[in-house]
Design a protein around this ligand. Structure first.
Ligand code: UT7
Length: 373
């Protein structure tokens, strides 16, 4: 049987750091509330579009695998913050990398987008459709964040990581997964202003309005991540004691602790990054995986569990068998352009771009068209 080994990995984190103290300069919040309720201390704000983060992370993942871009058969771009809706982002990445032989598709399941993308690429490798694939998890949320809303703006951050997958004969890569969706709760996390429902209104970054029921999302997240983890372990014939490392989606430290407790996984087996990056949606799990590798927390043949949830409300849990190699074959000099501004300066610019005072829901029931059309 053919499997899909993870042979390359690379992350690209924007350098500008936004601290809890920075947020408190324009929001009625403080470091104590944010750290005790969420575990988050700081997050990143990107000075470049998502595609640029994806390009650098992908170049690093390909170098790590010793793969040339021309050898790729497939790119799956997992994100809910695409720079543009049409054309898709994966085609932009194919072009930027020069991966001319690769099929290119986007997957959007919000925070679980990387993991659903991993399932998609793995399935295509297992069934012989492709042999070499690149899977990206990227999010640049800062430009459409409703920065004045303290319920959400303290939670999220920007970031990106990618992995290279290659067909192999040994039982490596994703051993199994459970995917699901609590669609009855899809209204608990909605960003109004980001889809084509709102097109031909004001063409600008944002005027976004976040509908967000944190407590309901919290409950569903714990339920979905716990059930999916139990399901995938049973399906693959393992118990939690067999798992070497849990790399969960990182939205809130308290959610992670609840999930670990329900799964009976001790916290020293759980890899946590939420304090330094916040919730980077689709980028969260792959960035944590790369950090865990760099810190030596992933050892040869480790069994890794990755429970996650996101808008939709999608949820999933994957069981991954790592291969022999935990260090890159090669590295690359490809990097981001320098960042000239502080994170706080960029956030203040995003806030200044908002155009509609009072923010009614734009164009939902009565789409607006330009008068000249
Ligand atoms: O990947 C999907 C993304 N979604 C999530 O990750 C959401 C999951 N949910 C959560 O992480 C938590 O529910 C939150 C962190 C969003 C909120 O924590 P909570 O313990 O559920 O707090 P709460 O919503 O019950 O709010 C408690 C209080 C409220 O004040 P009152 O009504 O008790 O006076 C809020 O207005 O805290 C207030 N509050 C804040 N205070 C200071 C809410 N946000 C803030 C803030 N700073 N940033």
């Amino acid at each position: 049987m053919t499997h899909a080994a993870i042979t390359g990995w690379g992350k690209c984190m924007p350098p500008a750091v936004l601290s809890n103290a920075d947020l408190a300069t324009f929001l009625d919040t403080d470091d104590e509330w944010i750290t005790t309720r969420t575990g988050i201390r700081e997050r990143r704000v990107s000075h470049v579009p998502a595609l640029e983060l994806a390009y650098v992370a992908s170049a690093r993942a390909l170098a790590c695998a010793g793969l040339a871009a021309g050898e790729l058969d497939l790119i799956v771009y997992g994100s809910c913050s695409n720079d543009e809706q049409i054309p898709n982002s994966a085609s932009g990445l194919q072009f930027r990398l020069g991966a001319t032989a690769a099929a290119a598709m986007d997957v959007n399941t919000a925070c679980t987008s990387f993991l659903y993308s991993l399932s998609t690429a793995t399935a295509m490798i297992r069934t012989g459709v492709v042999r070499n694939a690149l899977v990206v998890g990227v999010e640049v949320i800062a430009p459409f964040m409703d920065w004045a809303n303290r319920n959400v703006s303290v939670l999220f951050g920007d970031g990106c990581a990618a992995v290279a997958l290659q067909a192999c004969d040994s039982a490596e890569g994703v051993l199994g997964e459970k995917l699901g969706c609590f669609a009855d709760a899809r209204q608990t996390l909605r960003v109004r202003g980001t889809g084509l429902t709102y097109a031909n209104g004001t063409v600008t970054y944002g005027d976004t309005l976040w509908d967000f029921d944190g407590q309901e999302i919290f409950k569903r997240a714990v339920l979905g991540m716990s059930q999916a983890s139990a399901d995938v372990l049973a399906k693959c014939g393992y118990v939690i004691a067999d798992v070497d490392l849990v790399v969960p989606h990182q939205a809130n430290l308290r959610i992670i602790e609840f999930v670990a407790k329900r799964a009976r996984a001790p916290m020293d087996k759980v890899y946590v990054t939420v304090h330094r990056y916040g919730n980077m949606s689709a980028a969260t799990v792959p960035v944590a995986l790369v950090d865990a590798l760099e810190e030596g927390r992933v050892t040869p043949h480790s069994l890794i569990l990755t429970p996650a949830f996101g808008g939709g409300l999608t949820y999933c849990s994957h069981l991954i068998r790592w291969g022999e190699r935990t260090t890159p074959l090669r590295t690359t000099d490809i990097d981001l352009p320098p960042c000239e501004r502080t994170a706080l300066e960029m956030v203040r610019e995003f806030m200044a771009r908002k155009v509609t005072p009072g923010r009614s829901t734009p164009g939902l029931l009565a789409p607006r068209f330009p008068e000249s059309a």
